[in-house]
Unconditional design. Sequence first.
Length: 277
Amino acid sequence: MLLAFDVGNTNTVLGVFKDGELIQNWRLETDNKKSADEYGMIVTQMFDHVGIKPEEIEDVIISTVVPSILFTLQHLSSKYFRKNPIVIEPGIRTGLKIKYDNPKQVGSDRIVNAVAAQAKYSGPLVIIDLGTATTFCAVTAEGEYLGGTIAPGLKISSEALFSMTAQLPKVELEEPGNVICKNTIESMQSGLVYGHMGMISFIVEKMKRELMALGDGKTVPKVIATGGLATMISEGIDCIDVVEKMLTLEGLKIIYEKNKKCRGKREVVPCELEIME
């Protein structure tokens, strides 16, 4: 089995693959104050709940946009699974041609999403990830990762509206049903949710035109959305073709397959056992 970590700024998603199929997944709050042992206890308890034994994990792969948590997860992998994990970082094999000005600046989650989308749908593609930030990525038919756009996510926008004003409350992120609203909460929901939908529609349309101009001028890019709020947003606009909730985990599995042979077995002895010996 393969254990995959997708660490975002707000949430961490874990997935377990068996024979190439995702058999379990969980979502945790990202907390860089937690130790490897605290995360280890959480993960092993979740495993126990579904009948997975730690020794069944054959390898571990990690994508994180929170650098401070990487060592914690590497130590967790060593201590609880006896594995030295593959980390999504510069030099990893992805199959993409990164055309960013500085490829090292591209978030690992954006690359992983692009790998999964390219493998499943081929290019040209526009990939939207609705997380802490809402990101847009463009991939050509030739598998070139061109770059994209980064915007504040819905939750960040909502928190900013609450924290930077004196009288506006926190609100649930849901559609109010109208843009002409008669109370403060629905008015805020309208501005946040419908405003985000409008932003996405505009950027997607412009990105599709730019991609078509770089291509044959005829093939319309496919638009794929992922992230916790993707379903709600996609139901309110027409520009999203498909929602792939597990896109990042699928991308991690694909990258693992591309890199496992050149990395060896990578089994390690936990630090505690080394000291004892």
